[in-house]
Design a binder for this molecule. Sequence first.
Ligand code: UDP
Ligand code: MG
Length: 328
Amino acid sequence: MISIVAPVFNEETVIQTFYDQLCAVIDEIDSRFEIIFVDDGSRDSSPALLNRLKQQDARVAVIALSRNFGKEIALTAGLDHSHGDAVIVIDTDLQDPPQLITQLIAEWRNGYDVVYAQRVTRAGESWFKKITAHHFYRLIQRLSHIRIPADTGDFRLLSRRAVEALGRLRERHRFMKGLFAWIGYPQKAVQYDRLPRRAGQSKWNYWRLWNFALEGITSFSTAPLRIATYFGLAVALLAFIYGAFIIYDTLVHGNPVPGYPSLMVVVLFLGGIQLIGIGIIGEYLGRLYDEAKQRPLYLVKSYQPSADCSAKAATTSSITDSHSPTSG
Ligand code: UDP
Ligand code: MG
């Protein structure tokens, strides 16, 4: 079975069209489907529309969140409630063309765990949004150890084990694009042209996008903390050199303004020490932050035990079975 997870926030104008287009695509595919709509606290008639779809179509599931939690949390709720062997995450505003689902599934059948849709063009978006998005992806790639693919939204397919892996990442500040990349496993891009929104309005204004970008950078990199260390070291070094120069200058050329050299040296010295101190605190804070996220240390792609161990395992299979990690 394949699950479709679609977050909905005030999408009354597009839900029906989305559903029709989606059905046209999945009816052609030889698989069972479930369509999970996550109502992220909509305040228009979306909940009523979703309930009607649910009554008409046994494949439809509706999760209604108690208020608007934001798309990232809505997606997580949908993934948590999915049952499929593969899960496809898709926007309801038809910016993610359902037609691409066929290709996503084909790549999944080729053995990829994460098949993400990559935008080649983005129609109907301002040049400012395109440019900021472009630079945001480049910046975060430089700052983070995790390779977050550029020009990728949340539109993608995840295998069951990828969904399970994501389920183990319970951090509160969820930058999904980063989390999708963090889990690793064989990943594959499928390219498409992003269409303009069919109807309704984007829920993202620039302020929200800015905060989203900060979220991404702070969730996936402690580089900003480290900046303090290096900046502090650089300033402290310059301050010490300048302090040394003032002492030298006073000794050689005398002291025209009494008190100035000692004052300057003390101020520079303390300033430098303080910046280094802040940098050191930043280093510890970065480690603390990593620990607080409680991400799993690693995920295993496959495990081939040595021949000896597997022979032993066969004879004691009843024991190992009860200890083997649950596979969902
Ligand atoms: N969405 C959501 N909760 C929110 C904001 C958006 O579930 O708080 C959903 C929305 O209904 C849509 C998808 O997330 O299906 C993408 O939102 P939008 O089109 O506004 O974002 P954009 O495409 O402009 O980045
Ligand atoms: Mg959109």
